[in-house]
Design a protein around this ligand. Structure first.
Ligand code: GAL
Length: 678
């Protein structure tokens, strides 16, 4: 599958001939003698591309307008001689000290009005004109100097935009926010209506009176908070586009990327809105040590990344070879875990696997973060696993451009809906916006069913099963698309906390879940939040925690009722047949948060109802995903268990080089990628 077309009308090339393999390379942290060894070891590991210069502004522009490109010239030449491609970063994620000293006003301002200090990274206000001018100058210098260099195959704009400077409350941001509001609403009356400013008598009479939601020691207006989140995403996007366009002016045919962080829902920016502007969609993913379901979380993030655009491959730009350094306890990876983790990303559509970072730093903020080349050197588990991964990715080169076999299930997720749930006071304050998406995804993952985790405005045509998990905000367009899919024959499962507010953050009155009420044939008169230790039974033996609701099944059949508590006898789960004949779909409503076992039972039921089947018959601990394309059909089988697993499949295993005839035997913790027999 091609990347988007460049401004000159050419289909942009993927940066490497096969799959991308490498990581952030920060040679400026090391004496030059080390570089030759770096390139030699990169070759030994099978590295094909490295990201250079992410944090090197201070080393490239040593004083205002004074550039030192000599070292970068030499590094790029060395990499090129070694056959390693360069993903050249614009260094704007980390302004140099001289810039902060000269222009303290570029640093972001907190909610309480304090300006941050130099010494961190992403230390800049997205709306700062002074910062923008300095950033674009170094970007243009880089584009002109290296745009023609044959090693440079991709531009990497800044780093994790928003991861540190997502919200700036300074006066310049406030003015920018007001311009954004003026464009969105046109009149102050429309703004007052959208935010419901009659509450507490907070009507504005002029846009000039509007401020960002700065600390008022009280609860801010949730509509204001949501719009400030949206604005902040757009302000950062404006910055990204300015850098991208500066690069494109000089090198229109080099793809441009920037690294997302989709796992952390809701995103620091609205990734669905950003995706169309990024040539190579890239994600950074780090597992949490405390997450007992981290393999599934990894799959979830891959499915979410693919869901941003199911027609293109993406890239895992950063993950870790072992422990990170920023969690409370930083867990190391067991032997083989690195390979399984990376292959999960590739199975789910990544055309490569890259890491932070190549050589472990001995100094600086990340001196205890793992790397491809650890402090201890090459006589290490990490190095062996890195080399094994390099070998495997090399053997999978022919997969580049294939796509994940079209999933039959879509799970809807939305950054804006997440921000909305997080804005202001809500009925429950400890429920993550994406908790239900993760739980339904996990139930499907355990059953070997691959799902696209997609934004609500993605095309829903063709999915047999569509899950709408606690999608707090749904606009009319999203509601209509879900309804149309059910009328076209899909099984739709909507959970509690969906469609509660419209795009202005206003509650849809007349009974919850407003946006989906008609489709579901139910109305909810009140939420019944459960305390942490509380549980409810349903009359079919299932159990609910955290959340329940007083449901009226006006035009739907009741699948299960609450069996105890104040809602005893009331519907808990309903189903409404939608449409007729072959195209008949169904709309289920699940008003409670089910425990894991009960959600599994529900999932079995809805899989049968929708006719969705797993990729292969599943065994506990097996992750199986198929990629397909012109070169063939490829079955990824990853064994997360400590047992040997047998998978019914036939083909050539590109990992081991051996054949499977009818049964693929996977060692404990083992991986295989079968080119399946036609
Ligand atoms: C990422 C970041 C990297 C590195 C890494 C550590 O968020 O982009 O530069 O800091 O985290 O896990």
């Amino acid at each position: 599958m091609p990347l988007p077309v460049s401004p000159t009308g050419r289909s942009l090339p993927w940066p490497t001939p096969g799959l991308a393999f490498g990581g952030d390379y920060n040679p400026e942290q090391w004496p030059e003698e080390v570089w030759a060894e770096d390139v030699r070891l990169m070759q030994e590991a099978g590295v094909t591309i490295v990201t250079v210069g992410v944090f090197s502004w201070g080393a490239l522009e040593v004083a205002d307008g004074e550039f030192d490109f000599g070292w970068l010239d030499r590094v790029i030449a060395l990499l090129h001689e070694g056959g390693i491609a360069v993903d050249l970063a614009t260094p704007t994620a980390s302004p140099p000290i001289w810039l902060h000293q000269a222009h303290r006003e570029i640093l972001p301002v907190s909610r309480t009005g304090e300006r941050y200090w130099q010494g961190g990274r992403l230390g800049w206000c997205p709306s700062s004109a002074v910062f923008r001018a300095h950033a674009l100058r170094i970007v243009r210098e880089l584009a002109r100097r290296y745009g023609e260099h044959p090693a440079v195959r991709m531009w990497h704009v800044s780093n994790e935009l928003g991861g540190g400077n997502r919200l700036c409350y300074c006066d310049e941001s406030a003015a920018h926010f007001r311009r954004w509001l003026d464009e969105r609403y046109g009149t102050v009356a429309a703004l007052n209506e959208a935010w419901g400013t009659a509450f507490w008598g907070h009507q504005y009479t002029d846009f000039a009176q509007v401020l960002p939601p700065r600390d008022s020691e009280s609860t801010p207006n949730p509509g204001l908070v949501l719009d400030f989140d949206r604005f902040s995403s757009d302000a950062l996007l404006e910055h990204y586009l300015a850098e991208r366009d500066a690069l494109r002016e000089v090198t229109p045919d080099i793809p441009v990327t920037t690294n997302f962080m989709v796992a952390q829902g809701p995103g620091v920016v609205d990734y669905a809105g950003w995706a169309p502007h990024v040539d190579v969609l890239a994600n950074d993913h780090y597992s949490l040590s405390v997450d007992p379901n981290r393999e599934q979380e990894l799959a979830f993030s891959g499915d979410r990344m693919r869901g941003l655009d199911v027609t293109r491959p993406w890239l895992v730009m950063e993950h870790s070879t072992s422990a990170v350094n920023w969690q409370s306890r930083n867990r190391s990876k067991a032997p083989g875990e690195l390979v399984r983790n990376s292959l999960t990303h590739v199975a789910r559509g990544a055309d490569g696997a890259m890491f932070f970072q190549w050589r472990a730093s001995t100094a600086g903020a990340e001196q205890f973060h793992s790397a491809m080349l650890p402090h201890a050197g090459t006589r290490t588990k990490v190095w062996r696993d890195v080399c094994e991964l390099g070998r495997i990715l090399g053997a999978l080169a022919e997969l580049r451009g294939t796509l994940v076999e079209r999933p039959q299930v879509a799970i809807l997720i939305d950054d804006q809906a997440g921000w909305s749930w997080n804005s202001g006071q809500k009925p429950h304050h400890d429920l993550a916006p994406s908790h239900a998406a993760r739980e339904y995804h996990r139930a499907l993952w355990e059953r070997g069913v691959t799902a696209d985790v997609v934004p609500p405005h993605a095309p829903l045509h063709g999915y047999r099963l569509i899950v709408v998990p606690a999608l707090f905000l749904a606009d009319d367009r999203a509601a209509a698309a879900v309804s149309a899919a059910a009328h076209a024959g899909a099984t739709v499962v909507v959970t509690y906390l969906s469609g509660i507010v419209d795009e202005t953050d206003r509650v849809r009155a007349g009974g919850y879940p407003g946006a989906f009420r008609e489709l579901l044939g139910v109305f909810v008169e009140e939420f019944f939040v459960l305390l942490d230790e509380e549980q409810l039974s349903l009359d079919n033996g299932w159990r609910a925690t955290t959340w329940s609701e007083w449901v009226h099944a006006d035009a739907a059949e009741v699948v299960a009722r609450y069996a105890d508590g104040p809602l005893k006898g009331h519907p808990a789960i309903t189903r409404r047949a939608v449409g007729e004949g072959d195209g008949a779909g169904a709309a289920w409503y699940v008003s409670a948060r089910l425990d894991h076992r009960s959600l599994g039972a529900l999932t079995d039921d809805i899989l049968i109802a929708s006719g969705v089947r797993p990729t292969v018959p599943v065994a506990a601990g097996l992750e199986a995903v198929r990629r397909v394309g012109e070169t063939g059909s490829y079955l990824f089988a990853i064994n997360h268990s400590g047992e040997e697993l047998r998978v019914p499949a036939s083909g050539q295993d590109l990992v081991s080089g051996s054949r499977a005839d009818g049964t693929l035997v996977l060692a404990p913790g083992g991986v295989a990628v079968l080119r399946e027999d036609a």
